[in-house]
Design a protein around this ligand. Structure first.
Ligand SMILES: Nc1nc2c(c(=O)[nH]1)N[C@H]1C(S)=C(S)[C@@H](COP(=O)(O)O)O[C@H]1N2
Ligand SMILES: [Mo]
Length: 409
């Protein structure tokens, strides 16, 4: 897919706009009341008054209501994704006037000891830990599918690896006492449905108990040493690395344990579900033939150089990150001849399980001219990124190889 891929609205803290001048707590209300805008309209607004989001910098806005924004690859070069560059994926109306001291999380359903916890209770009753964890939207890369799938047309940037601070979900579930009959979690947050209907959830997803007990899942109240950004779920969220970002409920208010596969909004139908068998592009697949996405596939992103760059001399340093659902990346290879030959890049181990891994390589070009640098990650089980990912009706799991183009000489 082309990096030039349209210049949508760029948001930056250096630019002034009504959202930037607005009080943070009021952003949700403002975003919620914004009129739905199509892309042509966004473009014209960009010329007049660029949309800004306080505390975010350089993100490309895909939609304003709900607010969805991603980072271009070259802004994701940091090993720890700065809060300002972590993508935003909202389904509903962001809660306004959030009071962290009064925030309550309810743990109920099939537990021995249902409980309501404030953030202070989480801090005092459980061990507080900090991990670097990848959150990737299940629809990241959707814009690369043909025929196109409906939904946010994410390119490559609906992914980030921030440093999250909180308590282990597993510790809290153990304290509540998971009953043997529980098989699935169900998550609820305080954002309202876009329709504004009271009590209607915009999204409520869950996961099997085995995944819920992953010691790296966090109930997080901190991000990169500070509080959560309001758009990333302040004051409290789940971080469930390795699985579709939708499992990581923001503005978390409730974890409900169930004896059935959770059937909340965005768990059923075509949401976060893919065909059980290979289908031809454009096929309409019956709902009963779709299955819930679990771990995300192996993937990598070239964050240096920025695509389109001019290379002086014949050598180029290439760098980026690689990650994979519940496993580890074993190698990253680079190609400048469209996959005819590959050279191995250096790959760092993850800082902790579920963190992305840095790769770096030096390319020597045989001559001047136009080149594409392609990257391909392979996980420890031997699965590699494909040139093209299997088409599916909602455009999930696009882990096709990323590339940047460069002009040498
Ligand atoms: N309450 C709530 N939680 C949510 C969402 C949402 O709309 N509401 N979006 C989900 C989806 S689809 C993704 S990919 C991640 C994105 O997290 P981020 O916005 O912090 O990047 O949040 C998830 N948690
Ligand atoms: Mo998502």
């Amino acid at each position: 897919m082309s990096e030039a891929h349209e210049s949508r609205v760029i948001v930056g803290s250096s630019r002034r706009s009504f959202l930037q001048r607005a009080n943070l707590a009021a952003i949700g209300a403002l975003v919620g009341s914004a009129v739905p805008l199509g892309r042509p309209r966004l473009a014209s607004i960009a010329a007049a008054a660029p949309v800004g989001i306080e505390g975010k910098d350089g993100l490309t806005v895909l939609s304003e209501r709900p607010l969805n924004a991603e980072a271009p690859p070259h802004l994701l070069d940091d090993e720890v994704t700065p809060t300002a560059r972590h993508f935003i994926r909202n389904n509903g109306i962001v809660p306004a006037d959030v009071d962290p001291a009064a925030w309550e999380l309810r743990i109920d359903g099939l537990v021995e000891r249902p409980m309501t916890l404030r953030i202070d209770d989480l801090r005092s009753r459980f061990e507080v830990v900090t991990h670097r964890l990848v959150i990737e939207c299940g629809g990241n890369g959707r814009s690369g599918f043909e025929p196109p799938a409906r939904g946010n047309q994410w390119t490559h940037g609906a992914v980030g690896c921030a440093e999250w601070t909180g308590v282990r979900l597993a510790d809290v579930l153990e304290a509540a006492g998971v009953k043997p009959s529980a098989i699935y979690t169900a998550h609820e947050g305080a954002d309202r449905h876009l329709s504004g209907a009271p009590g209607k959830l915009s999204i409520s997803r869950g996961m099997p108990i085995a995944k819920a007990m992953d010691p790296y899942n966090l109930i997080a109240f901190g991000m990169n040493g500070g509080p959560l950004h309001p758009m990333n779920g302040a004051p409290l969220r789940l971080v469930i690395p390795g699985w579709p970002g939708s499992c990581s409920q923001k503005w978390l208010t409730r974890i409900w344990l169930r004896d059935v596969v959770h059937d909340g909004p965005k768990m059923t139908g075509s949401s976060y579900r893919v065909p059980r068998y290979p289908v031809a592009p454009g096929t309409s697949v019956p709902e009963e033939d779709l299955e819930i996405i679990h771990a995300m596939p192996v993937k990598s992103l070239i964050t240096r150089p920025r695509t389109g760059e001019r290379v002086t001399g014949r050598e180029l340093d290439v760098a980026g990150h690689a990650w994979v659902g519940d496993s580890e990346v074993a190698g990253v290879d680079l190609s400048i001849d469209f996959g005819a030959t590959w050279q191995r890049a250096q790959l760092s181990p993850p800082h902790n399980p579920h963190a992305w891994q840095r790769f770096a390589g030096r390319i020597a070009f045989p001559q001047s001219g136009y080149f594409e640098v392609w990257a391909r990650a392979t996980d420890v089980a031997g699965a590699s990124q494909p040139f093209r990912a299997a088409w599916n009706p909602k455009g999930y799991l696009n882990n096709a190889m990323h590339h940047v183009s460069v002009h040498v000489g």
